[in-house]
Structure formats: C-alpha cells, structure tokens
Write a new protein. Sequence first.
Length: 442
Amino acid sequence: MIPRYARPQMVSIWSQETKFRIWFEIEAHACDALAELGVIPKDAAATIWEKGNAAVFDVERIDEIERTTKHDVIAFLTHLAEFVGPDARFVHQGMTSSDVLDTCLSVQLARATDLLIEDVDALLAALKRRAYEHKDTVTIGRSHGIHAEPVTFGVKLALAYAEFDRCRARLLAARAEIATCAISGAVGTFANIDPRVEAHVAGALGLSVEPVSTQVIPRDRHAMYFATLGVVASCIERLATEIRHLQRTEVLEAEEYFSPGQKGSSAMPHKRNPVLTENLTGLARMVRSYAMPAMENVALWHERDISHSSVERYIAPDATITLDFALARLTGVVDKLLVYPERMAGNMDRLGGLVHSQRILLALTQKGVSREDSYRLVQRNAMKVWDSYQQAGAASVDFLDELLKDEEVRASLSEAEIREKFDLAYHTKHVETIFERVFGKA
C-alpha cells in the first residue's frame, strides 16, 4: 500500500488492529456457540467477551510472540490469554488457523466491497448529472481515432454510466461470492467442532456458510473477486483514456480541471496535462495485475497449503485500497471536467461535412444505384475534401458543394434531397431513447 494512493477508511479495514479485532470476534462468537452446545461453560464465554472487548490488542506484543512461535494465530491466542486468563483455554476449541484467517479475510473483503460500492454510487451520480448536462451537446464520434458520425457528449457519458452500473452489479455479485465463513476444523471435516458453530459465527458476522471448505475456503471465490476488481479497473481506464484523448491539444474538446496555482510542467509553464487520468491508467494496470496471482492461488495442494497466504497479504489490501482511490479520483475528474461545446462543433466542421457521407450513400442506394457505385460516387467526392483537409488542417473543399456539382450524383438525387441529408439533428433523434434505456424515464 502506497499512502499517496490510499484513503483512510479503506486503509483502516486492513490495519493490524482491525484484523486482530476481527480474529477475536470470530473466536468469541465461536465460544458463544460452543457454550450453547455445552462444550464450554457459558460463564467462560461471557468472560472471553468481557475481557476481549475491554482489551486493546498490542500489535508489537503479538509480533514479539510470533518471533518465537513462528505462527501468527498462535501468537495472537497467546496474547489473548494474557488478559483473558484461565478461561482462554476454551478459545479455539476444535478450530484450525484457517478458520480464523479465511473467515477474517472474508469479513475484510466484504467491508472493502461495501466501500467500493459506495464509491461507484458516487461516480454514477456524477456521470448522470454531467450526462444530462450535455445530453444535447453534439460532438463527433470517432472510430479508429478518426471522425465518424455525430453523437452527443451526453451519450458518451451515458455509456460510462451504464458501464459502471454493470460494475456495481458485478461488485455485488463478487461480495456475495467472497462473503463466506469456514469454521470446520482440520481438513474441513468438523471432526472436532460442530457445524452449528460455523453457522452461528457466519450469522453473527453477516456471512454465509461455506458448503465445503477443505480447511480453507476454496480460492476460486477469491479469483473471481479479484478478477471483478480488474474489470472495474479496466472500465476506469476506458473512461480515463477517453478524457486523455479529448484533452490532446489537437482535439481539446474536454479537459481535466486545472486549479489555481497548479503547475503542469517543471520546464514548460504553458502545459496543462491530463495527469489525473494518466494516473488512473497506471492505477488500473496495478489493480488488474492482482487478478493473475489470485487465479494462480486456486490450485492448492490437497486440502490446503499456504502458498496463497503471502500473495493475499499483498493483493487484498493493495487491490481494494488502490481501486477505492481510483474510483474516488475518477469521480472528481468527472465532477469538475471542463467541456468545450464550441470546440466540439469546430472540430466537427473541420472536415467540411464529411460526417454526412453515409446518408448520401444510403440515399443513392434507395434511388436504385448499386451499393458499389454509390460508395464510389460518395468516396470520390469525399476524398477531395479529405485531401484538402490534409493539406491545410481544415477542409478548403466543401462536401456538399462537391456533391451538388457531381452530375452522376445529381442524376439520382435532387439538390433538396442532398441538402436534407446534411441535417445534424438526424443523428441525435434517438438520444432520448438512449437516455431512457440507461437512466429510465424521467
């Protein structure tokens, strides 16, 4: 975890103090269930809760014990016994370390996912607000980075909204997948602990029961979880890349907010760089990189090994902390994004009306001209405009004028019919339908 890309609320989920508090709660809830089953005295369970709740777990002391035991859970249990007293002998009855470790990880990932869902909700709100703001702001759509046909900037943002709405659903599914509890003992057979203990702990912690845990919770769950985070990160990068493109000097249709006193370059005072979205691109790469080791963790030896353990100590905090930061940063970018409608219109006009070429092509085919000949006629005139644009950076030849002068085109289309095909509103007539599909009826 790098503090530069971390927010306190998410970081706290992964602190040692939080981890040990969850470990204690798992053990104490298990003691409650064991007491109800008559395995341990009820007053012992009450004492464990009382003294455990009053305690402040000493991370340094636990680390000191672990240097001798070489076992983190035993070090924790030893420390717990220091202030619980004789009743500590009833803690961890019939349990194994993975019961504590895996169930704790499930709790932490579930809590982390709740924060990520809140982050996505904030991003969705910003995207919706800006989408409606620019619902009718016409801009050029691009394919292969080249001008294609008109769209609206609001539709671009509606696309991002729908994308992150799907991400929200994926996170909910990933949370359900990961939020399972395993209190099944050595090799997962419940030989020394009743399955009812697991059910009690799961209910107390808001988890579901793992159907078969083989001593560890199966890591296909974790693989799916981290893959989901990778997909969310990819969606962040897609929108960040779009904004980076739009901020390029030659385009400059939108740009990140540039605050008073901000500096873009140590060498060039004129620079206003898309540093936030570039940063998001890098952070997305990091989050995606955690999906692969999570998938490699699926193949453990027999009922368990700990080859997954060191991996998860890295990727669980780092992936969730980084994604939390990235979602919050993207929300800020969207919220303050500077949008330039006049520049969008100017860029679209630079190609001299070529954005309407498909309408002319279709009109010719509807008049009986073959598609091959229609394409040839339209492209012949379009390339004149394109060539003039290449030479001057703005078309000095007008597509409409060229079509009106072309006798083969005029043999099939009247002047009025050609001019009608240059109506910009034609391209935006279904924007309302798109918005209703994405946001529902107003």
